[in-house]
Design a protein around this ligand. Sequence first.
Ligand code: NAD
Ligand code: ZN
Length: 375
Amino acid sequence: MELNKDVELKSSVRKAKMKYRNFPMVPRVVFGSGSFDQLGEILMPHRKNADAPILFLIDDVFEGKELAARIPLIFNDRIIFISALEEPKTEQVDALVSEIMGEFSELPSGVVGIGGGTLLDLSKAVALMLTNKGGAADYQGWDLVQKPSVYHVGIPTLSGTGAEVSRTTVLHGPKMKLGINSDYTTFDQVILDPDLIKGVPAEQWFYTGMDCYIHCVESLSGTYLNAFSKSYGEKALELCKEVFLGDLTASDSREKLMMASWHGGMSIAYSQVGVAHAMSYGLSYVLGVRHGMGNCLVFQHLDEFYPEGVALFHKMKEKQGIQLPQRVCEGLNDQEIDTMVCVSLGMEPLWENALGKDWQKTITPEKLKSIYRKI
Ligand code: NAD
Ligand code: ZN
């Protein structure tokens, strides 16, 4: 026990001293149409025994659908359908973990998340909290998680967030919306099967796809930019342009958006997002506006920060025939707007990436209020 503590302490001192961050990556990935059917084989070596189940957390849009029937259930494995109508919450993670702990005599062999960013994040958080004491909210922040999670697999059914590659799981907590950023958060395995994103409604396809596009713009024009992030960001941007401005076949679009999401996620691993994300967190916290849509609602008004990116965004929106909701912030009172501003200003690394160390000279609460009032 003491030895472990010592090792943990040394590793956190090492982390603090390290000049360059030492990031984990997804160690295993399968890509290809129909690759979902390899899931059973992939899981087999990770099954500890018949009493240690694999838990499949699946977006409830798939309840009663063909995909659910293809889950390779054996022993006491369990499928848990979860609604993605609301973004994941720390209390939801805690409730799921206590339900699982109460039901099974053994720690699960693994957790498989199937869905968009919401389900991917939920499954990462559940995997972490099965081995770490306390509640999920205790770990919101950077590098607070002490113990490796249970084996966890991510299978996206919607592309754009990059949650399949990132070392964070973004949760609404009692105080704020903040990620559990840790080396243990990253998936152990990802399955990228472009067939799974067939049938995503056009608007959702656009909003989540624009999350990826905005990741690229924010990363590529940020002050944290470096050759690592740039290489991934440029590739993702090129793929986004093909998908949203080109005339690809549906199957090409699916494959390319899936890879754009991956590269966009990799790009921000070694940099940061920027103004749209910082402000979108505020919108989401007060109004529950979903991540992809929230980013679009903010980004359309950010031509002062990202002139080329915003111009291209408008072209993509037109080409895809998307109408953004109007007058979203109209009915808000001053206190609600203040809360949004406060949540947004709390995202210091995002502002610093966007505008440099002196960001507070340009960004004032009044400035943010004026942008929110336009939404
Ligand atoms: P989502 O997972 O919230 O899903 C949006 C909607 O699409 C839901 O109604 C869902 O049921 C539906 N859906 C999903 N797959 C579908 C399919 N194949 N067919 C039809 N409908 C489908 O959307 P998202 O934009 O992927 O994820 C947003 C979440 O991701 C937010 O909670 C955000 O905070 C998080 N996020 C996480 C990271 C990260 O690095 N961890 C990065 C960006 C965003
Ligand atoms: Zn995002």
